[in-house]
Design a protein around this ligand. Structure first.
Ligand code: FAD
Length: 400
């Protein structure tokens, strides 16, 4: 009977319960058998309270199980009827499901406090190189003083910077957007600063072959502490973190795409005391693509978090010029996605998993390739599935 399989047929009004459909579970100890009776179909149904989802997923994974479906347990359909059908039907049918972990209500998100016509004049407090000896290019961590103004922001937002001077047409330079790299409390934890992670744009002119440097990024990378800087914003609602402390947060960054994720991770792990209302207990998994080890931005701090929070934080680097993919080519972020695609596919199906992509334009293609392969194993069309995730505000992309 359904109740014998551990599937609750009724849930209390307040407790959200889900049913995991799992295959490939090893017949483990006797106590495992008691909790998870294995059916003839080879699939087990496990009832999981929302609060325990992450723990349960890790447990299933340890027992060699693969989650093929997760659905809210509202009493119907019964486990028996699901077992006879395709476990993924509910996801494929495209039926509208309420996302479990919406990003904040839009009204709570500050936007355009300072507009280009009257920007906030901040001061540069510090400007530090992030690329180590042997790395390529220049990337700086900049912190600006915001005191005396009303500029405040949330993790995942961006600010505009207006470089001084005029463009080739004699018009004042337009603003450039930069992802905020600090939490809402700022690097000094006094709610009075904002930090950025800026790469100096440098390229060879396609016709003259001259080296060209980007206007605003060069201005910022050379900014002296004490200098004034014109700031607009904040802007952006795409990359906000859900309030859910138990969420799974998958982050995929190339280069300065790390900026919003630094803000996320600092909020989750480093500034717990500053956020009594947000004590992250979920899983945060960062995929980071860079050319050389010396280019791993914030490397020491990320590794420290990995050691301090092994249950809650995973760091997977793709170091393209130093590591090889299984085909002997350069190791790009998409190769790491492919390597972990099965596990990512399992995680992404959980209603409280959010995936964030930030960095170079074009990095999405490889990620979709890897995910297509994993979802394809279960007969799921990844691009359709991804559309659904976007609708549910669980697939967040900011590339430039
Ligand atoms: P510009 O002087 O404006 O030069 C850029 C122009 O140079 C391009 O439009 C193109 O015409 C040309 N160009 C560029 N590369 C080449 C090439 N290889 N060959 C030929 N022509 C080329 N940047 C960061 O460093 N950190 C961030 O956190 C960050 N976050 C961003 C967030 C958002 C939402 C967006 C939209 C962008 C973000 N950027 C970030 C990029 C940033 O806004 C600027 O685009 C970047 O710093 C370059 O500006 P610039 O003024 O230096 O270059």
């Amino acid at each position: 009977s359904p109740s014998g399989s551990g599937v609750a047929t009724k849930t209390g009004a307040n407790s959200r319960v889900f049913v995991f459909e799992v295959e490939g579970m090893r017949q483990g100890s006797d106590s495992d058998k008691l909790t998870y009776p294995i059916r003839r179909s080879g699939r087990v149904y496990i009832t999981v309270p929302y609060e325990r989802m992450n723990q349960e997923m890790r447990r299933i994974s340890r027992m060699g199980g693969r989650i093929v479906n997760i659905r809210p347990c509202n009493g119907t359909p019964s486990a028996e009827s699901t077992a006879s059908g395709n476990g993924l039907q509910s996801q494929q049918s495209g039926e509208q499901k309420k996302p479990m972990t919406q990003a904040k209500a839009k009204t709570e998100v500050p936007v355009n406090i300072y507009k280009p016509k009257s920007p906030f004049m901040g001061k540069c407090l510090s400007n530090e190189e992030l690329v180590k000896e042997g790395g390529t290019g220049t990337v700086r961590h900049l912190t600006f003083d915001l005191s005396g103004g009303d500029l405040h922001y949330l993790e995942g937002q961006s600010i505009g910077i207006i470089p001084p001077g005029e463009d080739a047409n004699g018009k004042p330079h337009k603003l450039r957007l930069y992802s905020i790299a600090s939490t809402r409390h700022g690097d000094n934890l006094d709610d009075k600063t904002v930090s950025l992670c800026v790469r100096q744009l440098e390229y060879q002119h396609p016709e003259t072959n001259e080296t060209v440097y980007g206007v605003c990024s060069t201005y910022l990378c050379n900014l002296e502490p004490g200098a004034d800087v014109a700031i607009t914003g904040p802007v952006g609602k795409e990359m906000l973190l859900p309030d859910d402390e138990d969420a799974t947060i998958i982050m995929m960054a190339t280069g300065t795409g790390i900026a919003p994720f630094r803000a996320f991770l600092w909020r989750m792990f480093k500034e717990r005391e500053q956020n009594p209302d947000y004590q992250f207990k979920g899983l945060a998994w960062l995929f980071f693509g860079i050319p050389y080890t010396a280019n791993i931005l914030y490397k020491e701090q990320l590794e420290e978090l990995e050691q301090q929070f092994p249950e809650n934080f995973r760091l997977t680097n793709a170091i393209s010029r130093e590591q090889q993919n299984p085909d002997g080519g350069k190791m790009y972020i998409q190769d790491r996605i492919k390597e972990h695609a099965d596990q990512l596919w399992q995680l992404i199906q959980k209603p409280n998993t959010h995936t964030y992509i930030c960095g170079l334009k074009g990095m999405e293609g490889g990620i979709d390739e890897g995910m297509s392969a994993a979802a394809g194993k279960f007969g799921v069309d990844w691009m359709e599935y991804q559309k659904q995730l976007k609708k549910e505000h669980r697939w967040h992309v900011e590339t430039y």
